[in-house]
Design a protein around this ligand. Structure first.
Ligand SMILES: [Zn+2]
Length: 81
């Protein structure tokens, strides 16, 4: 299945706190770390060829892996030295 427009966005502090209070954990399923980033991409869904958007809330580590896999810049890491 073709996917494109991969993106990684950092949540702001309020969002991080909100999801922590809700008990959300990394969407990868094998990971119980709190969520801090939203990763997403577009894909064609169904036989009609509609374009859909998939988004997942994931932890920092998995957002980083997603960024590396798709050649993206990890938000919040630009200034890290
Ligand atoms: Zn994770």
């Amino acid at each position: 299945m073709a996917t494109w427009d991969h993106a990684v966005r950092a949540m702001n502090a309020d969002q991080v706190e909100f999801y922590a209070q809700q008990g959300w954990t990394c969407a990868t399923g094998k990971c119980s770390a709190p969520v801090s980033h939203i990763v997403g991409y577009k894909l064609v869904t169904g036989r009609a060829g509609r374009v859909g958007i998939r988004e997942f809330r994931v932890c920092t580590a998995h957002a980083g892996k997603f960024a590396v896999k798709h050649g993206l810049t990890m938000p919040g890491m630009e200034d890290a030295r």
